[in-house]
Design a protein around this ligand. Structure first.
Ligand code: SF4
Ligand code: SF4
Length: 326
């Protein structure tokens, strides 16, 4: 038997969740669909393909105060901002859920990142399986699948006038306590998967490190950093102090990108990756070789965002094919 929920019951359940949680779901923001807080089910977009940005910003915000400093006649008061309400991410795609596991590897390794850890600890994820691949998708090549449930708390699969519902974790089962579920005889439909790519071997990657290919590729790169900002697994950040006035100061961490010319610059001014060739090559070796060597999972989930959003058409799938020699 398949547990199901009708669209009407789903909307009631979502509305009920907004009373106890910050519910983050695909929502229209100008011409984009983004994961943003909603106050009612009416705001959620159901037929969204792939969102412009992943839900990463709700675990590692674009700009986040890590210490608020208040100065008065008694001295300095330091305050570490906390999350506040627990959150539910609704409508997460399986590749974006896998990206959280990928991020966990580095963010929760000791010494763990307390800010990221707090958000992971206090977030329940409700995924919606993809029906078919979007342009640029290659999740199956990176270990995922369009209906992969394993990095979610609940997976929904669209069927008939609603969704098949699968609670994957105890947290998911608890969240479903308030939902009105039915049962159906038919299994949920099977998602259409993207074609699998042939990945280069480690030896092939190592043998191509010094090739002129990387210089030619980097000639096309604008250094705009978009690929890192749209990526659900990129996690570089920079830390800056910002004074609102003479007594209120925030220590902010802000997304950074390995494609920024100063990203690797060290104190004293030395830059170990001063050229675009070195930085672009590092992006792909880090994603597809080094991270996997360290954490046994690649730093890419095949979401396709960088493929469709890079203004220079630098396509990670083509680089995989070029390195593999296809
Ligand atoms: S999005 Fe494209 S052009 Fe921009 S930094 Fe990334 S690879 Fe270069
Ligand atoms: S590298 Fe590109 S395809 Fe891979 S997870 Fe990041 S944005 Fe998605």
């Amino acid at each position: 038997m398949t547990q199901t929920i009708s669209r009407a019951s789903l909307a009631l359940w979502l509305d009920a969740l907004t009373r106890d949680y910050t519910v983050i779901a695909p929502r229209r923001v100008d011409k984009l669909v983004l994961y943003k807080p909603i106050s009612s089910a009416e705001e959620m977009v159901y037929d969204f393909g792939r969102t412009g940005l992943s839900a990463k910003e709700h675990f590692l915000p674009m700009m986040q105060s890590i210490v608020n400093i208040h100065k008065d006649q008694n001295g300095l008061i330091l305050e570490v901002p906390r999350l506040g309400r627990s959150q539910v991410i609704f409508g997460l795609r399986p590749c974006d859920a896998r990206a959280l596991r990928v991020l966990d590897a580095v963010m929760l390794s000791e010494p763990a990142d307390a800010y990221y850890g707090e958000r992971r600890e206090n977030t329940v994820t409700v995924g919606i399986a993809c029906k078919e691949p979007q342009e640029g998708c290659f999740c199956t090549s990176m270990g995922g699948a369009p209906d992969d449930e394993k990095d979610l708390d609940i997976l929904l699969v669209e069927m008939n006038d609603g969704y098949a519902v699968k609670a994957v974790t105890d947290r998911g089962r608890a969240l479903l306590a308030g939902a009105s579920l039915s049962e159906a005889d038919a299994p949920p439909p099977v998602s259409k998967a993207p074609e699998a790519l042939q990945l280069p071997t480690l030896e092939t990657w190592q043998g191509r490190f010094n090739e002129a290919y990387w210089a030619r590729l980097s000639d096309r790169c604008l250094g705009c950093r978009l690929c890192a900002y749209v990526c659900p697994t990129c996690y570089c950040f920079d830390v800056r102090d910002y004074a609102e006035n003479s007594s209120e100061i925030k220590r902010l961490r802000c997304w950074d990108s390995c494609q920024a010319s100063g990203c690797y610059r060290l104190a004293g001014g030395h830059n170990p990756r001063p050229t675009k060739r070195e930085r672009l090559r590092q992006r792909f070796y880090h994603k597809l070789v080094y991270y996997g060597q360290r954490f046994q999972v690649d730093l890419c989930v095949g979401c396709g965002r960088c493929v469709v959003q890079c203004p220079a058409n630098i396509d990670i799938r083509e680089i995989i094919a070029d390195v593999a020699g296809q």
